[in-house]
Write a protein that binds this ligand. Structure first.
Ligand SMILES: Nc1ncnc2c1ncn2[C@@H]1O[C@H](COP(=O)(O)OP(=O)(O)OP(=O)(O)O)[C@@H](O)[C@H]1O
Length: 358
């Protein structure tokens, strides 16, 4: 997928920008607070329906009007082009795809495979399980059709079971909700398990090329229960769940655990190594999507400040070798070789204004 144009109105410090990126490396430079991250944030919001930054929608809206508007023109691998737009105010959002109003932001997400890497997310390996579930599910959503439908039905059945438990419903009522929960839950489990295996295989190829020192990383997938199967786990957990008022087992409690040398990666790896692992995991995911024929656009915020020149080069080489479009921010072009800059599209960002560097 290629982004041909990104237009932003009133997102944080960016009052208005209209950017035509190149097909390979796009480098956005500028001082701190210039608006570089905001550019990437615009793409992430369009692609995922939410920002990678914490904070409310109000904090995203700039000072010009009471809403922001984002628009992208894209070209898919098939050659098909699309215009996607999203406008958001404090009271809600409106989105359009090729001139048609849409009601689900996942319609935009499905057309916009964008992998975004940010310092805010470097804690993927050591942070809470939710981040790792989200990482895994994003990939599954793009490579496995039907995942979203299973996820929605599972979530609905889960809410119903939670409500029944809280209302003190009889065992028969709770049991009647189980088949729906189990059938969709098992499907989620199956595709996640399969995807974890494929990501592990990719990671084994990527890590030695990104880092000479990082050893082998094992990824273990935990389904969210410890009984032999999900159905038995629900039966075993019923009493505890009634006491807690929520369902304590199931795919919503799944976890990815990273280990190296038999120890937890979060305890064993340095901060720098955890960042590299984070980047490697994202590259692995990009590779998985590329298998489906659609190379995702990759965004890397503040790359040069996070890695030394050798690692920076390896990361860029690996991403560019996939043949996709790359959006990278940095305070300057330092750390990027002349050869690399010659082939790149370089932009300067100042007080929220984006201009092509001469
Ligand atoms: N709602 C808003 N309205 C106007 N300006 C905002 C709003 N939210 C944030 N800002 C400003 O936008 C700027 C943040 O821009 P951004 O994070 O994109 O900068 P950056 O170029 O990536 O900086 P750094 O190099 O420090 O990461 C800050 O100056 C901040 O004060």
């Amino acid at each position: 997928m290629l982004i041909q144009r990104l237009k932003i109105d009133n997102l944080r410090v960016i009052e208005q920008s209209d950017t035509t990126p190149g097909t390979g490396l796009n480098l956005f430079t500028g001082h701190n607070g210039a608006g570089k991250t905001t550019l990437l944030e615009a793409l992430a919001i369009l692609a995922r329906g939410r920002s990678f930054r914490s904070g409310s929608v109000s904090a995203q809206i700039g000072g010009v009007t009471d809403h922001y508007t984002l628009l992208v023109d894209i070209e898919r691998a098939s050659g098909q082009t699309h215009r996607l737009g999203l406008s958001r105010s404090r009271s809600g959002w409106k989105a359009r795809c090729d001139g048609r109003d849409i009601t689900q932001l996942t319609e935009l997400s499905a057309l916009l495979p964008v992998i975004s890497m940010h310092p805010e997310n470097y804690s993927l390996v050591s942070g809470p399980p939710e981040g790792r579930r989200r990482y895994l599910d994003w990939g599954v959503f793009h490579v496995k059709h039907g995942f979203l439908d299973d996820w929605r039905r599972y979530s609905r059945a889960l809410s119903q079971r939670n409500a029944a438990i809280r209302q003190g419903a009889s065992a028969a009522v709770v049991d009647s909700l189980t088949p729906e929960l189990v059938s969709h839950g098992n499907r989620l489990d199956e595709v996640r398990r399969d995807e974890t295996e494929r990501l592990s295989q990719r990671l084994k190829m990527i890590l030695p090329e990104l880092s000479g020192t990082l050893g082998e990383i094992e990824i273990a997938y935990h389904p969210g229960w410890s009984a032999t199967d999900f159905e038995s786990a629900l039966v075993d957990a019923l009493q505890t769940d009634r006491e807690r008022g929520w369902t304590s087992v199931g795919p919503h409690r799944a976890e990815l655990v990273f280990r190296t040398d038999g120890r937890l990666a979060r305890d064993r790896l340095s901060r720098g190594e955890q960042k590299l692992l984070y980047v490697a995991l994202n590259i692995a995911q990009a590779g998985r999507l590329a298998e489906t024929g659609e190379i995702p656009v990759m965004l890397i915020d503040d790359l040069a400040s996070e890695f030394d020149e050798d690692h920076l080069d390896r990361v860029l080489d690996y991403c560019l070798a996939m043949g996709g479009q790359l959006w990278v921010t940095g305070t300057s072009t330092q750390g990027f070789s002349e050869q690399r800059l010659e082939k790149a599209s370089v932009f300067h960002v100042k007080h929220g204004v984006v201009s092509a560097a001469t």
